[in-house]
Design a protein. Structure first.
Length: 430
C-alpha cells in the first residue's frame, strides 16, 4: 500500500516539476524560485489524496479526484479561466465549429449559481421566453448546485429534436417554473444586413466568426448605392468571438495604420498590437454603432476603436465589460486549459475589463428599463480594473419621445434602432 502512495506522489512530483520547468522558460528564472516556494504544500495534496484513497467510504478513481482538484484550482482564478477534461475539450471544438444541437443561450456562474446571460435571438430558448438573469436551478430534474459551466453545457446540448427540461428561478418575480425545450441545430448566422426605410444601410453582427468581416463587406457591397446615407452597425447582445475578426471588421471603417486594439499580459508574447491594414476604409459617411449590456469582448473592441478614432457615434447602454483574453492550451492527455493571459486596451489606452465602453449617446430602451442585466463586474472573481481610465463623458442624451416606427421582422418595436435612424437623418441634414 505504501508503495502505491509513493508511486502516486512520485508521478505528481514529476508532473509539477515539468510544469514549473516549462513555466520558467516562459517568464524567466526569477520566477522559478518564487513558484518553487508556491509548491511547498504539494506534499499536503498527496497526503490528502492518500487519505481519501485509504479511508473514503467508497472506492475512488484517482484520475477523477485529481481532475477535480485541477478544476478547483482554475475556479479560484477569474470566471473565464477553467479546466477542460478531454470530453469538454472536444465539446469546445464542436462549439467553435459554429453548429451544434442546443438551446441557444449564453450562460455563466454568478455566485456559484448557473445564470443565463442572454438568449440568442431566434433560438429555442429565445422562443421559450427565457431572459437575462434567469437562474437554471435544475436540468432534467437534477440540481445544478456545484455544476461547472462545461458540465452544464454538456447537459444542455444534445441531439437535435431531443428535449431537455430546465427549471428556472426568476428573481424579478420570485417564481420557479419548468420549461421543456426541444433542442435544435444552433447555427448562429453572424451577419444580417438590410436597408432601413429603403435607404439607410443596416448591419447586424450577432457574433464574430471566421467569415464575419467578409460577410459585412458583402452586405455593404449589396447596399453600395446607399452607403452615402450613412451606416448603422448593430452589436447588441453580441457576446464576442474571434479577435482577428473584430480587428478585420474595425479596419473596414478605418484608414491604414490605425491602432485598433492592443493586449498586455505578464508574458511578453502576450503583448500585441493590432494595426489596420485596409487602404480603402469607408470614409466620410456617418456611422452609428448600437450597443447594450450584452455587447461583450470582440464587440467592445470594435466599439472602442471606432469611438477612440471618432469614426462612429456609439449609441445605447454601457457594454458588458469583458476585456480579457483567454488562451486555450491543449494538454498531453487530450484535456485543456482555458487561461486568461492578457487584457484588452483601446487605442487611447482605455482598459475595457470590468468597466466596458460608455456610449457617446446613452439611450435606454423603455421596454428594458425595469429588467436586470448581468455585466462582467457582477461576476464573482472578475478581474478588477484598477486603472479607471475608461470613464467617458456622455456627449448627448436623446429625449424619450414615443414616436417609434421601426419594427423588426416579428413586428416588435425597436426603440434604439429608431434613435439611430433619427441620428443618421440629422447628420445628413447638416
Amino acid at each position: 500500500m505504501k508503495k502505491k502512495y509513493f508511486f502516486v506522489s512520485l508521478i505528481l512530483f514529476v508532473l509539477v516539476f515539468y510544469s514549473v520547468s516549462n513555466f520558467d522558460v516562459l517568464v524567466g528564472k526569477k520566477s522559478f524560485a518564487r513558484n518553487n516556494s508556491s509548491y511547498k504544500d504539494l506534499s499536503t495534496f498527496t497526503e490528502v489524496l492518500s487519505l481519501i484513497e485509504q479511508n473514503y467510504v467508497k472506492k475512488i478513481e484517482p484520475k477523477k479526484v485529481i481532475r477535480g482538484a485541477i478544476g478547483g484550482m482554475l475556479r479560484s482564478l477569474d470566471p473565464h479561466s477553467g479546466y477542460m477534461t478531454p470530453e469538454m475539450f472536444k465539446q469546445m471544438q464542436v462549439e467553435t465549429s459554429g453548429q451544434f444541437g442546443g438551446l441557444g443561450i449564453t450562460i455563466t456562474l454568478r455566485k456559484s449559481v448557473l445564470t443565463i446571460v442572454s438568449p440568442i435571438e431566434g433560438t429555442p430558448a429565445y422562443r421559450a421566453g427565457v431572459i437575462a438573469k434567469d437562474q437554471i436551478v435544475k436540468i432534467n430534474g437534477k440540481s445544478t448546485k456545484g455544476i461547472t459551466i462545461y458540465e452544464a453545457v454538456k447537459k444542455l446540448r444534445g441531439r437535435p429534436g431531443s428535449e431537455v427540461k430546465i427549471t428556472i428561478y426568476r428573481r424579478s418575480s420570485k417564481k420557479m417554473f419548468d420549461l421543456l425545450i426541444t433542442r435544435e441545430i444552433i447555427e448562429i448566422k453572424s451577419v444580417k444586413s438590410r436597408l432601413i426605410e429603403g435607404k439607410i444601410p443596416y448591419i447586424r453582427i450577432r457574433n464574430f466568426q471566421s467569415r464575419t468581416a467578409k460577410e459585412v463587406r458583402l452586405g455593404l457591397n449589396k447596399m453600395q448605392d446607399f452607403k452615402k446615407n450613412g451606416l448603422i452597425l448593430d452589436l447588441r447582445n453580441n457576446p464576442g468571438g474571434l479577435l482577428t475578426q473584430a480587428v478585420a471588421v474595425s479596419e473596414l471603417f478605418l484608414p491604414a495604420g490605425k491602432l485598433i486594439v492592443y493586449t498586455k499580459g505578464r508574458v511578453i508574447d502576450q503583448n500585441r498590437k493590432f494595426i489596420s491594414k485596409e487602404s480603402d476604409g469607408i470614409k466620410g459617411i456617418p456611422i452609428v454603432v448600437i450597443v447594450n449590456a450584452g455587447s461583450a469582448s470582440a464587440s467592445e473592441i470594435v466599439a472602442g476603436a471606432l469611438q477612440d478614432w471618432e469614426r462612429a457615434t456609439i449609441l445605447g447602454e454601457k457594454t458588458f465589460g469583458k476585456g480579457s483574453v483567454q488562451t486555450v492550451m491543449p494538454l498531453l492527455d487530450g484535456s485543456g486549459l482555458r487561461l486568461t493571459t492578457s487584457l484588452y486596451y483601446t487605442p487611447k489606452d482605455r482598459m475595457i475589463q470590468g468597466i466596458g465602453i460608455e456610449p457617446d449617446i446613452r439611450v435606454v430602451d423603455p421596454s428594458n428599463r425595469n429588467k436586470s442585466v448581468v455585466r462582467e463586474e457582477d461576476l464573482p472573481r472578475h478581474l478588477r480594473n484598477m486603472e479607471n481610465k475608461n470613464k467617458k463623458n456622455i456627449k448627448e442624451k436623446i429625449d424619450r419621445t414615443p414616436d417609434i416606427t421601426s419594427k423588426n421582422k416579428n413586428g416588435v418595436k425597436d426603440y434604439l434602432l429608431e434613435r439611430a435612424v433619427i441620428f443618421i437623418k440629422k447628420k445628413n441634414q447638416k
